[in-house]
Design a protein around this ligand. Sequence first.
Ligand SMILES: [Zn+2]
Length: 442
Amino acid sequence: MNKRNQFQLLIILGIFTLFSMGCVEETESGGSYCEGAVSPYSLPDNYISQTAKDAIFAAPNWYRNVGDENVPVVVVPFEFPQVFPVNPGLTKEYIRSVYFGENNGSLNDYFRENSRGRFEMLEGYIADPVTMDFDTAFYNNGAPTGGFIDNPVLHQELMEKVGEQGLDWSIFDTNNNFLLTNTEVQVVFIPSIGGLGAARPGNFDIQPSNANSPISISMQFVFADAKRSDETTIEPIAYNFFTHAHELCHGLFGLPDRYANGTCGTGAGARYDLMSNNCESMEMNPVDKMWLGWLSPKIIGTESMRPNPGRYCYLFENDYPDRKGAAILYDENAPDQFWMIENRNRSSSMFGFDGQIPKEGLVIWNVNLDTKHVNLVGAENYDGLLTYEGYGESAEAAYADTSGGDDIPAMLLYPLPINSVTSPSFELRNVSPAGREMTCEF
Ligand SMILES: [Zn+2]
């Protein structure tokens, strides 16, 4: 074959490839799914400006321990002697297994899966149960607002009593500035009250037992409950596992709540985000994962922005542990926001960590780059306009073909808020049924 014929063949192959990528075929079930799907991870996104990329990928400045930063965690079971004695199941071995275990469904496994192996829970210290000198009434008295968990006197006594057990807190002061923060150590207090979870700030000084100088404390403490001592169970933390994970996200990473009215499964993340749902088995949302440096999705521009403008068929793989089933959607005419799309599937976790999402499929988020608000988009309305901030209902916000044969409506993504805009930035159609591999054309 001479050079000229080779060239002609390449042109023909190229046209065929372009055509087949956007081609739609009728499937046996009658639903039409796109063909020749390409993973966004294999596509260049160098046509997206560096300015846009910087704005999208930069974590909000209140996020912490971004990337590969692993922080030692100190776990302290404690009791109020009369009203809430410690649950006898809170042994060191049990706490070590739930917090730092490997491949047993521990909190360590939870964060290792969400971070694709980037974040691990480091065992800093597991204390013997601490007995407070007084009961809750004493610490409620004089507490700033919410009762004893808000009382710095309680925080300080807990830390000092752990020091009396032999822990020299100054070992965590890695930058030797006599100030402990959440980027150096995360402290978790576990009372046996049976229903509580909270992250609370504490600012005070302590005198470490083995150091000459006092150390200042300025950190978010995690409080997360075990079952009461009279509730017989061999696993006193298991029932509250996702509350422990949720509160750790506040403490370790500075993540915000996304509840509406403090109710589980409501609000901006509904039942697809641990920060709005600590009551069910739930992963963190993909935007948080990206901002923490755990996901590096490619960016897909609108049809007209693409080097070869037009519609394409995209593949979203929920392929544990790589988890390449996510992408950013970006419209240069709406540069104050972006969308993120992720294939969510209950089978994605070895331990069922995403086991209670209400519906599997492509889950879409709208992110406001000015406020950094992350909002689940209501796929069941197909116009992309319903977001969950402020809504009370839980969501089945996943886009997938559940019609059993009939075409389902295209899903339109309009920039938010709607004002004079008349055309959507993206029009998703021909979505496949839910599965570990999903395809969708836009
Ligand atoms: Zn919270």
